[in-house]
Design a protein around this ligand. Structure first.
Ligand code: FAD
Length: 484
């Protein structure tokens, strides 16, 4: 019998680790405990399922659970929650519907992910208030939206306070069944980050009237204002009601939400979605003595080891090294979870492997626009890390001037004035922004200066880019602004 590798959490980080360990060292016994019903699912695809472009929830499951068991020989236990870790005895306590038991481990991976957080205001526990983290929550939101669509051609009339009470709704039923009996037409989305914007897009496409509330003056906090303004103008043009610089002070209603309250007044809604951020699931680890870092997530070394012997952490529950600031950071994204999980699997299989740092690269679709960022785009953050940021924003065309597919692209780029080192960029446009950000991310990984970025040999043909790709143009403009 081989070593026992126990994994807590069966999504991106956990299943990547178990799969890699088994592939590289088939003699390892890999046991995965997942407290829910789903494993290896794409949370990132949930907005598209809600919008309707992804047909079924099962389309979001990357690998069927049976494949893990039958083909990869992983001992996968669904609906098994790990409730305690005893690092002295090297066991975890597991609860399932039949009771509790202890499971010994030789190596343990904590891959418990993150959860959506609610803002500290009254009313977030009302009915028809949702967060979006699990597939079950995605199903409930889509059912609510589909009900709206089925209710005819005039869904954009606000109906909050005048909506007739549902005839057959039973508040004791589960939320999905309850929502099937509702006809929401107006949604209030709290938070203008990725989840809030992707849901604004999805629910608008579904025919709901969308109100989006953002506490700060602009959506997309880590983006340059000029980039965020392009997104805001696009949302407004399409009919989304933006409430910027507007903190939500509460959600009102009796059993169900009926209004979003702000200092400017009350906005009637039929449902509300909280897109106000995530918090790492660290309680299980912390109770066992695992050290947390300054961000509140689990502190790890480059091999994803925690302070406890034989205990690793990876994915949305853990910190990761920022390659520009050289400090631990918390950037809970899917590629990092997969990459770090896989690295832990290799380590457990006998080949110690680093997960690698991040530069904070992210991209999202907001209606027709692609918005993306990487690196340090906030001058305060750059100064805190010891840099002297200088920045410029350009707007140029995505392709040759005569190409019919050309669309404007706005790029904000930042560099360190004394050294010329590229620090980061954010960008928005309707044509190929998503891939252009990867050029910048790669340059950041290589620690390039603006001089070096300007001389990159990038591809050109009229249907794809101007002769000078917009990334090169942005680097040239900023390079010209550096002090001699
Ligand atoms: C709406 C949405 C859109 C997103 N879009 C993108 C995107 O476009 N790009 C991107 O890079 N990232 C995106 N993400 C983030 C991405 O989904 C996460 O980074 C990724 O899922 C993290 O994987 P993970 O395995 O670390 O954690 P999770 O996916 O959170 O999985 C953790 C698992 O652990 C289980 N668990 C927790 N505690 C226990 C316990 N005690 N016992 C047993 N099981 C337990 C949970 O049930 C869960 O299944 C999005 C997330 C959301 C919610």
């Amino acid at each position: 019998m081989g070593e026992t590798f126990v994994v807590v959490g069966g999504d991106a980080a956990g299943m990547s680790a178990a799969s890699k360990a088994k592939r590289d060292a088939p003699e390892v016994d890999a046991v995965v405990f997942e407290k829910g019903d789903w494993v290896s699912y794409s949370a990132c695809g949930m907005p598209y399922y809600i919008e309707g472009s992804v047909e079924s929830l099962s389309d979001l499951v990357a690998v069927d659970p049976r494949e893990f068991v039958e083909e990869r020989d992983i001992d996968l236990r669904l609906r098994h929650e790990v409730t305690g870790i005893d690092p002295e005895r090297e066991t975890v306590t597991v609860r399932n519907e039949r009771g509790s038991f202890d499971q010994p481990y030789d190596s343990l991976l904590i891959a418990t992910g993150a959860r959506a957080t609610a803002p500290p205001v009254a009313g977030t526990d009302l009915g028809c208030v949702f967060t979006l983290r699990s597939l079950d929550e995605a199903r409930a939101i889509r059912e609510a939206a589909e009900r709206s669509e089925a209710n005819g051609d005039a869904p954009r009339e606000p109906v909050g306070p005048d909506r007739k009470p549902p005839e057959e709704a039973d508040p004791d039923e589960d939320v999905s069944a309850f929502l099937r009996a509702r006809d929401p037409a107006v949604v209030g989305i709290v938070g203008g980050g990725y989840v809030g914007l992707e849901l604004a897009d999805a629910l608008y496409e579904r025919g709901l009237e969308v109100h989006l509330f953002q506490r700060s003056p602009h959506v997309l906090g880590p983006y340059a204002d000029a980039v965020a303004e392009v997104v805001e103008n696009h949302l407004r043009d399409r009919g989304v009601r933006l409430h910027l610089g507007t903190p939500v002070t509460g959600l009102a209603g009796d059993a169900d939400v009926s209004a979003v309250e702000t200092p400017d007044g009350s906005v009637p809604v039929d449902m509300a979605i909280l897109g106000t951020g995530v918090a790492p699931n660290v309680e299980l680890a912390a109770e066992a003595g695992v050290r947390l870092g300054g961000t509140g997530a689990i502190a790890t070394d480059p091999y994803n080891r925690t302070n406890l012997d034989d205990v690793y952490a990876a994915g949305d529950c853990a910190e990761v090294q920022h390659l520009i600031t050289d400090a631990p950071t918390y950037v809970p994204l899917a590629l990092t979870a997969n990459r770090h999980g896989r690295a832990v699997g290799r380590t457990v299989a006998g080949r110690p492997t680093k997960g690698g740092g991040v530069v904070g690269t992210a991209v999202a679709k907001v209606m027709e626009l692609e918005v993306a960022r990487t690196g340090l785009t906030d001058p305060d953050e750059a100064r805190d890390a010891g840099f002297e940021p200088v920045e410029r924003t350009i707007t140029t065309g995505s392709r040759a001037s005569y190409d019919p597919g050309r669309a404007p692209i706005t790029i904000h780029v930042a560099a360190d004035a004394p050294t010329g080192r590229l620090l980061g960029a954010s960008m928005v446009g309707a044509d190929r922004v998503a891939k252009r950000i990867d050029t910048v991310a790669t340059a950041l990984h290589a620690g390039m200066t603006l001089d070096e970025v300007e001389r990159l040999d990038l591809s050109y043909a009229p249907p794809f880019s101007p002769v000078w790709d917009p990334v090169l143009t942005a680097a040239k403009v900023l390079n010209g602004a550096l002090p001699e």
